[in-house]
Design a protein around this ligand. Structure first.
Ligand SMILES: [Zn+2]
Ligand SMILES: [Zn+2]
Length: 345
């Protein structure tokens, strides 16, 4: 089969490799769409290494059709259209037993420990099938929309950590695909006002088009002044960092109200440090939370929201590439001159 092989930092190559061999209980999915995630780019650039094998096939935001199974599998058959939650929890460790399966201590994932979906076919291992990571999907919804289930699930998990309530004022730093998904979810949760800060004009315009109430160009406008004017000096209820720049973290403390929550949603690189004003965190009772991956429950909810058109992802895909142009697709995705980039094998 054709696949994109990650062969080390800054090296990805389009190659012909053996189609995965199935073992008993496995499923083979023909990939119909796989989105490039910010994490894939960080792996490509050597900024994320945990769970990543060399060589391997990346790609964890995907959907497709079952084309083969290792024996008879209850509930699934050849021809079924499916979505797959990539994180496979062990269900037995401390985190799994306490309701945090996204933080599973023995966690494995498709696109990391198992080869991912920047390929014609992806093998879904028996353990993922048995754990309930495979979901039937509606044939009426485009596969590339279904592929958004993973990033939306991660944003749902993030918003559980920094809950948005009816009437809240929310600030989102960064209007890439993740920032915009957060904006759509915040609106769906009943946020009164969503303020989006983004230096890139194309992204700012799309944020506006998709429903952002206020968009800010941080290069020429003072985000802090705008938030404080709007909230009459109170500050936002929730601030979501949808961009992994650690030097920006301290500024978010001045955007949030007393008792408010800051979510460091986007990933940072290992060892990234940032001085923060601990005095303000203490006296203002500010909560700073992180977010990692998602649970199977989040994945199901994300699929429901996509399939019921509660979250419209149609405008979030800006570019589509075939597998043999995937290297170009990665460079495009990294350039920031785009939203989500989809690989359509
Ligand atoms: Zn992702
Ligand atoms: Zn576990």
């Amino acid at each position: 089969m054709k696949a994109l092989i990650f062969e080390g930092p800054n090296i990805i190559n389009f190659k012909n490799v053996n189609t995965p061999k199935l073992q008993d209980g496995d499923i083979l999915v023909e990939v119909k769409a796989c989105l490039i995630c910010g994490t894939d780019i960080r792996i490509y650039r050597g900024k994320k290494t945990k769970g990543v094998r060399i060589p391997s096939i990346l790609g964890h935001e995907f959907s497709g059709v079952i084309v083969d199974t290792g024996g008879k599998i209850d509930g699934f058959k050849v021809g079924d259209a499916v979505s797959v939650a990539p994180v496979i929890p062990c269900l037995a460790c401390y985190s799994c037993r306490h309701g945090y399966e996204n933080l599973c201590l023995n966690r494995t994932a498709i696109g990391y420990e198992y080869d991912g979906a920047f390929a014609e076919y992806v093998r879904i291992p028996k353990v993922a099938v048995e754990t309930g990571n495979v979901y039937h999907i509606s044939a009426e919804v485009p596969f590339e929309y279904i592929a958004f289930a993973e990033p939306i699930a991660c944003c749902i998990n993030g918003q559980r950590n920094s809950p948005i309530k009816l009437g809240d004022v929310v600030v989102i730093i960064g209007a890439g695909p993740i920032g915009l998904i957060h904006m759509l979810l915040a609106k769906a949760s009943g946020a009164r006002t969503v303020i989006v800060s983004e230096p890139n004009e194309i992204r700012r315009n799309l944020a506006k088009e998709l429903g952002a109430d206020i968009v800010v160009d941080p290069r020429i406008e003072k985000l802090n002044d705008i938030v404080m004017d709007y909230t009459k000096g109170i500050g936002a209820d929730v601030v979501i960092m949808a961009i992994g720049i650690s030097s920006l973290v301290n500024q978010t403390i001045d955007l949030v109200r007393k008792g408010g929550t800051i979510n460091l949603f986007a990933g940072f690189s290992i060892g990234d440090m940032s001085p923060v004003d601990v005095n303000k965190i203490h006296y203002n009772e500010i909560k700073i939370v992180g977010t990692s991956a998602s649970t199977r429950k989040d994945h199901q909810l994300a699929l429901n929201l996509i399939q019921n058109k509660r979250i419209d992802v149609s405008k979030l895909i800006s570019h589509r590439y075939s597998l043999d142009n995937a290297v170009e697709a990665f460079n495009k995705a990294e350039s920031g001159e785009c939203m989500k980039v989809a690989i359509i094998p």
